[in-house]
Design a protein around this ligand. Structure first.
Ligand code: PLP
Length: 284
């Protein structure tokens, strides 16, 4: 496998970042994960736009212009011969002697791009069965709208979910409302067929899959409410699902050991999953 690191394409085992990189010491950086499907990038413009926003929010200079970055993504896909899978982009504030405050302006941000091949049939198999989620308090900081690599609370949540036999964690705020997953947005469909997901503010990530799905919901003439929903609402929902660039639209069949709907993937979630790639923007 080949990795792009700070201007060079190198075998992944030789790819190196300095030990005083602020990403390593402070998790002072941001990232993106973009799906590759049939050799094309899925929703690349939205991912690059969100990356630019995350960088700006943290006052990190863009390590590359958007055109140059787009070329790197294509090189990494080609050199790793990825037909289906995803690319990972990580940009950090750069290398400097350890000090919490920003280093001088002359310090250049670091950029790493990797790619991974995934068998899409595996995801389809998982989606046919559906997944379960385990709920727990949301212990993250108050700016999770920025896609930072500072993911320890998400890591611990996903690990707890795994130990409880679940595929994903659903993070619950202090009012008992569902915020999102450890690495996905959370959705329910109520008994009247209304699709509900949390509105966007600083406490939730604006998922790209979420944004594209909202376009699909509008095009299909389905009803959408962007608002908070409680765990009790989720328990009595007709369907539930999660969205993310690697999971796409994944039906949820159980929450904390309780069946959702019929305890099988819901028909609407399955339909939305089936049509997702028809609407998502593909760039070669
Ligand atoms: N929420 C969180 C906390 C995430 O980490 C992710 C993706 O990794 C998402 C939501 C889904 O975002 P996207 O659809 O852009 O992958």
């Amino acid at each position: 496998r080949i990795t792009y690191v700070n201007g060079q394409y190198v075998p992944s085992r030789d790819a190196m970042v300095h030990v005083e990189d602020r990403g390593y010491q402070f998790a002072d950086g941001v990232y993106e994960v973009c799906e590759v499907f049939h050799g094309a990038l899925i929703d690349e413009p939205r991912h690059l736009e969100r990356l630019a926003r995350s960088l700006a929010e943290l006052q990190i200079d863009a390590p590359l212009g958007q055109g140059a970055l787009a070329i790197v993504l294509r090189e990494i896909i080609a050199r790793n011969k990825v037909a289906n899978g995803y690319i990972y982009i990580q940009a950090t504030r750069g290398v400097a002697p350890r000090d919490h405050a920003f280093p001088p302006k002359c310090v250049r941000p670091s950029l790493v791009v990797t790619a991974r091949t995934v068998d899409p049939e595996k995801g389809e198999m998982t989606a046919r069965k559906g997944v379960t989620v385990a709920t727990m308090p949301d212990l993250r900081w108050k700016r999770v709208d920025i896609k930072t690599i500072s993911l320890i609370a998400n890591v611990l949540a996903r690990q707890e979910a795994k130990e409880r036999g679940a595929y994903e964690a659903w993070l619950i705020d202090s009012d008992g409302m569902v915020v999102e997953g450890a690495a996905s947005n959370a959705w329910i469909i109520d008994r009247s067929g209304t699709i509900i997901t949390r509105h966007i503010d600083h406490f939730v990530l604006r998922g790209i899959t979420r944004t594209t799905l909202i376009d699909i919901i509008a095009a299909e003439g389905l009803k959408l409410e962007e608002r908070r929903f409680s765990l009790d609402e989720a328990f009595s929902a007709q369907e539930a699902f999660i969205t993310g660039a690697t999971t796409l639209i994944m039906p949820v069949v159980g929450i904390d050991g309780r069946k959702i709907g019929a305890g099988a993937p819901g028909p609407l979630a399955q339909r939305l999953r089936a049509i997702f790639h028809d609407t998502a923007v593909r760039t070669l």
